[in-house]
Write a protein that binds this ligand. Sequence first.
Ligand code: ATP
Length: 323
Amino acid sequence: MIPTIKRIGVLTSGGDAPGMNAVIRAVTRTAIKHGISVIGVRRGFNGLIHEDMSELNIRSVSDIIQRGGTVLYTARCNEFRYEEGLQRGKEACQSWGIEGLVVIGGDGSFRGAADLSARGIPCVGIPGTIDNDIAMTEYTIGYDTAMNTAMELVDKLRDTTQSHDRCSVVEVMGRNAGYIALNTGIACGATYIVVKEVNFSIDDIIARILNTQTTGKHHFIIVVAEGMGNCEDIAKKIEHATKIEARATILGHVQRGGSPTVQDRVIGSHMGHYAVELLAQGIGNRVVGMKKGEMIDVDIQEALRMKKTFSQELYRVASNISF
Ligand code: ATP
């Protein structure tokens, strides 16, 4: 392939996710392989606006594939939502010779990428978010690591919950998307999983606990997706109604960290490679994703319009095996 461009930029934006470093590494090395130089932009779109960026080489992305977080740092950048900020970003790209940009982040970051593409800097988005809440792809970078971290933590919680015949109400991340909760709940044998995609009531949770208790079970895990209510309140109501000691635990930001899993490293590498090969052909305004195990790319605006479907079938599986 003879690339049509000479230099690209790469940035991470929005919330960090394990595996972002694998993407940065693959982007850098693929570009260099094609004779394209790479500028690493720090702290999301802020780095463009404030020209906080520097050239990456093969060795500057060594020893990062196994590390969580992002070596380019990440941030939200409100200025980029407005014309002045976008113009400054465009001018910075022009003065640094950046002819294409890889944007690793969530749907907010893709809006910025679409806006910059519309102003003449072709951008390709890569879904980097632990939430797996991007409709055009079956997989987002960081999701597998976050689920495995949540699973390990709930397993630990289960040991103490079981020893004390307690009920643990545990909040996992997902920011209004129930995928981490559903999978962690199944993987950890939760008695009930609370997600926004499925109607629930406290009475329903209590009934499930009491019903399960009659089968001889004495400890219970209730997994609650972030944004579905206060775990302390839920625990208090359960304790009041069942007389089972109930404790609330919020796993929080620990789920964002840690060494990425094989899946996050491999898919991250593949997506990074794919994104550069698009830009090298002069193709921008696309988001890279995975469908049925294959890499795909979709127009950014179209990707933003798509609605993610929740697996009601998997939730039904969870409900049917949760006693
Ligand atoms: P996460 O899913 O981890 O929250 P995200 O990419 O959705 O990631 P946001 O905070 O929504 O996170 O967006 C990240 C950044 O993208 C914003 O701080 C801003 O710089 C840029 N951005 C968001 N929306 C727009 C928009 N409408 N126009 C231009 N830029 C935007």
